[in-house]
Design a protein around this ligand. Structure first.
Ligand code: AHR
Length: 561
């Protein structure tokens, strides 16, 4: 199928070349030969033929209207959060190589990875899992002597615990991100979690604080987010909503943050386990937790409800992450767009019990989940990351941004070497992925104010699958600059977008665009620049700003009025 499609434009070009030379010959003959009547007839025929021979008619221009006078909610920077689980080479090798490694590092943490992550301004990192979190015992990962354990969830491999609390907090410090800790509800105890938070956050000279100081950090750490369990309806202990609620109340009450700087301002936000899909078991779960929240007393609280949703199409994940064609491209994007109805479904339940939207919906696991790369350990969830994933990322972030009044956090799964990663490493080699570049291009949208962008998306159809052709969001950053991110989903046709701002005209636009020759183009260690953003600019002509977007592209630009 892919081969057949690849041939189509080539055959089209040949056809058009042939037609053009024929037309030229006909036109010359007419001019030499004939009477005015013949000449005018031939000229008309020529014009008709030229029109017929013009390149394939481009899809209609899209009129995009941005109303800056109607500011919406803030696009919380935490929508661009990351997730790093002890899984495969996500942490070990991806972040941690140890201080004695030949790979340049700072206290054991890879310098190349830190530099790349700093550039995308990671707001927070969720750690240590995932399913791993419900089997993690923090004391095994502190101090000079670490306990060697197992990682039963992910291949039963050795867990050396050399990357523990100190190393994670050091890593966050190096990349400038906040901590999102997932505490162990499945196989741990409230006391264990409470002591972890005391160890991390108290400024008082308790025995645990002294232990922290002895381990190199006299000052208390900040913990921005506390995840109370992970998928407690499944790998986190197969709990019923009621059982989980009983745990949530206990953990919420006793797992305290003592950091003096987080008592009034910057309070730690507690995230409860939420749904993992759209079926009734998930809507019932959301309903039960939110109902309990509505009736909660002073002794417990929650600030967020987590939601997990992967783009997987069928289980077990069998779509290839590279070496696929436009059918798989369309299938995956169609599936990923279901995020919109999922967010709306669970938001509607939350609205019922929390109309003031105090509780955030936090999509703290999302992304494409494909078949493991051939030859890799299937339990390590290693996959490539193509242009399709960059587009998938932009579409999801746009969905989150459009629901920014409720969706105030999201963590893509996962940061390095696992699932839809930002970064791939192999020993000393490292490359960043198309998804990474989308996150980089969207940096101006972090904490920017959403402004309505209206447009007729049109459609792109392939193999019976119909998708919106265009997607876009607009936002105003803190400096007042207007940003526009547009995705052209169509893999073959460029798109022309005519931008209008309420009451005024946009005069120019500048930023970057990301595309590549194929939907499955990837960056590899040997060819790391196959999918990289290029500068993009446009100037208004006759008072109109028209943007010409490449097929299968993501573009982020600042607009000047
Ligand atoms: O991200 C991989 C796994 O997917 C996580 O550990 C779990 O929470 C989810 O099922």
């Amino acid at each position: 199928m892919a081969q057949k499609l690849a041939f189509r434009p080539f055959r089209g070009i040949q056809y058009r070349i042939l037609r053009r030379s024929q037309i030229r010959r006909t036109f010359l003959f007419a001019v030499q030969a004939g009477s005015p009547l013949v000449r005018s007839l031939l000229a008309s025929l020529t014009l008709l033929a030229v029109a017929m021979a013009a390149p394939a008619v481009a899809a209609q221009k899209v009129a995009l209207f941005i109303d800056v006078s109607k500011p919406g909610p803030k696009i919380d920077r935490n929508l661009f959060g990351q997730f790093a689980e002890h899984l495969g080479h996500g942490v070990y090798e991806g972040i941690w190589v140890g201080p004695d490694s030949k790979i340049p590092n700072t206290r054991g943490i890879r310098n190349d990875v830190v530099a790349a992550l700093k550039a995308i301004k990671v707001p927070n990192v969720r750690w240590p899992g995932g399913c791993f979190a419900d089997e993690y015992h923090w004391r095994k990962g502190i101090g000079p002597q670490r306990t060697v354990t197992l990682n039963p969830n992910w291949g039963g491999v050795i867990e050396p615990n050399t990357f523990g609390t100190t190393e994670f907090m050091d890593f966050l410090d190096q990349i400038g991100a906040e901590a999102y800790l997932s505490v162990n509800v499945g196989s741990g105890t409230p006391q264990e979690a409470a002591e972890w938070l005391e160890y991390l956050t108290t400024a008082q000279p308790t025995t645990l604080a002294k232990e922290r100081a002895a381990n190199g950090h006299p000052d208390p750490y900040k913990v921005a987010f506390l995840g109370i369990g992970n998928e407690s309806w499944d790998c986190g202990g197969n709990m019923t909503p009621d059982y989980y609620l009983s745990q949530l109340k206990i953990y919420s009450r006793f797992v305290r943050n003592f950091n003096p700087a987080q008592q009034d301002k910057q309070q730690m936000l507690k995230i409860a386990v939420g749904p993992g899909g759209s079926e009734s078991r998930w809507t019932e779960w959301t309903d039960a937790i939110m109902k309990a929240y509505q009736n909660h007393t002073w002794s417990w609280d929650m600030n967020g409800l987590s939601m997990h949703s992967y783009t997987v199409v069928k289980w077990p994940p069998s779509f290839a992450s590279v070496g696929f064609g436009e059918t798989e491209y369309a299938q995956i994007l169609k599936s990923t767009l279901e995020m919109n109805s999922l967010v709306e479904k669970h938001s509607a339940i939350m609205d019922k019990y929390d109309p003031e939207k105090k509780v955030a919906l936090v999509v703290d696991e999302w992304g494409g989940w494909y078949a493991p790369l051939p030859g890799s350990n299937p339990a390590f969830l290693l996959q490539q990351n193509s242009l399709r994933d960059g587009i998938l990322a932009a579409l999801n972030v746009n969905i989150f941004a459009r629901h920014a009044d409720r969706v105030r956090g999201a963590n893509i799964a996962q940061m390095i070497n696992v699932l839809q990663a930002m970064i791939l490493t192999d020993k000393e080699k490292m490359t960043v992925t198309p998804t990474y570049y989308v996150f980089k291009m969207y940096v101006p949208f972090q904490d920017a104010i959403l402004v309505p962008a209206t447009f007729d998306a049109g459609t792109f159809t392939h193999d019976g699958i119909t998708l919106p052709r265009i997607d876009a969001i607009a936002a105003k950053d803190k400096a007042g600059k207007l940003w526009l991110a547009i995705t052209n989903v169509d893999p073959n046709q460029s798109a022309e977008i005519e931008v209008t701002l309420a009451g005024m005209n946009a005069k120019s636009a500048a930023g970057e665009t990301l595309s590549a020759s194929k939907v499955d183009s990837v960056n590899t260690f040997d060819a790391p620049n196959t999918v990289v953003p290029k500068p993009f600019s446009a100037k208004a002509q006759d008072g109109k700003l028209t943007l010409k977007l490449e097929p299968k592209s993501v573009t982020a630009i600042a607009l000047e009025q």
